[in-house]
Design a protein around this ligand. Structure first.
Ligand SMILES: CC(C)(COP(=O)(O)OP(=O)(O)OC[C@H]1O[C@@H](n2cnc3c(N)ncnc32)[C@H](O)[C@@H]1OP(=O)(O)O)[C@@H](O)C(=O)NCCC(=O)NCCS
Length: 180
């Protein structure tokens, strides 16, 4: 993997764990921590400049997704960092801004998650959903819509898929790493 797409901001450069795959067209700037076996797909833009971004093990961030954060200010002394847990699937063209995600979550294609929102572990977010600022999504549920609403409890098959999706993406990125 080349490192052209890893850029520093104020002398801080993204930190990568083992066996991470980052597509060459992705751009990652500043204070970003990426754990083992994460995959970052084409045209992802992640900017850890005015706050920090962390991405947990085996999480995949799919094509065209934007990750950003909010600066500290008088009215918001901590600002809003972005924390994404382990075994999370972030679908194509999502926007994750200054929010906190637990483990085993699927963020459907095109979803937007805004500042201060908290997504507990084991949550499925439907495609195109909008999660407003400071909203808390409870563990074990499907959420859909704009603004997002709790739709129903997850089926067993959907709960299992949350983990399986992460496994699929670890296998896929391993193939990409092997082909060089
Ligand atoms: C929400 C989802 C899980 C389907 O759940 P479901 O319970 O099987 O839903 P159904 O297909 O039975 O549809 C139930 C209702 O929800 C609506 N619906 C389905 N997906 C929706 C979505 N993403 N947002 C809003 N409404 C949705 C359907 O139109 C239907 O409405 P109706 O009852 O008025 O006809 C699925 O559509 C989805 O969004 N999956 C995410 C896929 C994705 O982005 N994966 C990442 C790939 S990289």
């Amino acid at each position: 993997m080349n490192k052209y797409h890893l850029r520093s901001y104020r002398d801080v450069i993204p930190k990568l764990g083992a066996s991470v795959y980052i597509d060459e067209s992705a751009v990652l700037v500043g204070d970003i921590s990426i754990a083992d076996d994460v995959s970052i797909w084409p045209l992802v833009a992640a900017r850890g400049d005015v706050n920090t971004i962390s991405i947990g093990a085996r999480t995949n961030i799919q094509d065209g997704t934007v990750l950003h954060v909010t600066r500290r200010s008088a009215g918001n002394p901590e600002g809003n960092l972005l924390s994404i847990g382990e075994d999370v699937t972030v679908g194509h063209k999502c926007m994750l801004h200054g929010c906190v995600l637990g483990n085993r979550i699927l963020v459907g294609m095109g979803a937007i998650i805004m500042d201060g929102a908290i997504v507990e572990s084991d949550v499925f977010i439907g495609a195109g959903s909008l999660v407003p600022p400071n909203k808390i999504l409870k563990s074990g549920y499907l959420y859909v819509g704009n603004p997002v609403k709790q739709a129903r409890l997850l089926k067993e098959s959907e709960s299992a898929f949350l983990k399986q999706s992460a496994i699929n993406y670890v296998e896929l990125k391993n193939e990409y790493l092997e082909q060089g």
